[in-house]
Ligand binder design. Structure first.
Ligand SMILES: Nc1ncnc2c1ncn2[C@@H]1O[C@H](COP(=O)(O)OP(=O)(O)OP(=O)(O)O)[C@@H](O)[C@H]1O
Length: 255
């Protein structure tokens, strides 16, 4: 059997007496698209921070391509083939969309001291990448001036500039209007087709149900569900955790 792309073995993160991530075991295989849901404070972002090396685990081990990455600094993750985005749109707001893409292309190369001279091949690559994400028309606009949807798309476009094997998206559609969510769904589905493994956190159940092939639900630091997205709404444990509006949204999304 092929080794998982990402493997978490009894991973935990304690903040004093609080177990933010409480002994999570998880295997993620190449090409999978996995959506993580769960109530506020369940530990989802902390789990992402552990996987992407932003915070050290209190226990357990994380393997990428079968190799432990628990002690590898975060800046080495992109060259290794793992990229992530954040809840709040990142990007250099006083630079243009094209300049942001060039920064990603030059600095994500994995070289300790990248050659900072922008060459024709970099510009060509940046233009291709903007075209792929329908951002070409904004190439010369400062990121501070572009709409929220374009900022979110740019964050993904820069993250995948070096064709990572695993892409982590933290609440990619939060704050977007429903038609914008549709546009984002289309983009992620196209990305999924390219074969990249995507793991995302999302509260917007419509997005999770449409994009994910496998769903995980976290609660109080633990995984309480791992299975088909369609099964979430009828799972008794999930139902008891997702009381109120989230349960309603889940029902609507699965109908
Ligand atoms: N640096 C920190 N110090 C102390 N406690 C923290 C820290 N970071 C997170 N926590 C706590 O860990 C728990 C999990 O937080 P986390 O942000 O991972 O949840 P989440 O599921 O991503 O929530 P949300 O859906 O609201 O983003 C929360 O109780 C949070 O207050």
């Amino acid at each position: 059997m092929v080794a998982p792309l990402l493997e978490c073995r009894n991973v935990r993160k304690d903040y004093g007496a609080l177990a933010a991530v409480d002994g999570v075991d998880l295997s993620v295989h190449a090409g999978e698209t996995i959506g993580i849901g769960g109530p506020n404070g369940a530990g989802k972002t902390t789990f992402f921070d552990l996987i992407s090396g932003l915070t050290p685990a209190s226990g357990g081990d994380i393997l990428f391509h079968g190799r432990s990455i628990s002690r590898i600094p975060a800046h080495k993750f992109l060259p290794m083939g793992m990229a992530r985005t954040f809840q709040v749109s990142s990007g250099f707001t006083s630079l243009t969309v094209m300049q942001n893409m060039l920064v990603s292309i030059l600095f994500g190369s994995g070289l300790e001291r990248p050659d900072l001279r922008i060459q024709t091949k970099h510009r060509r690559r940046a233009a291709e990448q903007l075209d792929r994400f329908n951002l070409s028309h904004l190439a010369d606009t400062e990121v501070a001036e572009i709409p929220a949807l374009a900022r979110k798309k740019l964050m993904v476009a820069t993250a995948v500039a070096h064709e990572p094997k695993l892409l982590l998206l933290d609440e990619p559609v939060s704050g977007l209007m429903p038609p914008e969510v549709d546009s984002f769904i289309e983009m992620v589905l196209a990305l999924r087709k390219s074969g990249i493994c995507i793991v995302f956190i999302e509260h917007v159940m419509r997005f999770l149900m449409t994009v994910a092939e496998r769903a995980l639900i976290m609660h109080q630091g633990k995984l309480i569900y791992d299975g088909a997205p369609a099964g979430i709404a009828s799972d008794e444990t999930v139902k008891s955790v997702y009381l109120g509006s989230a349960a309603e949204e889940l029902r609507e999304a699965t109908q």
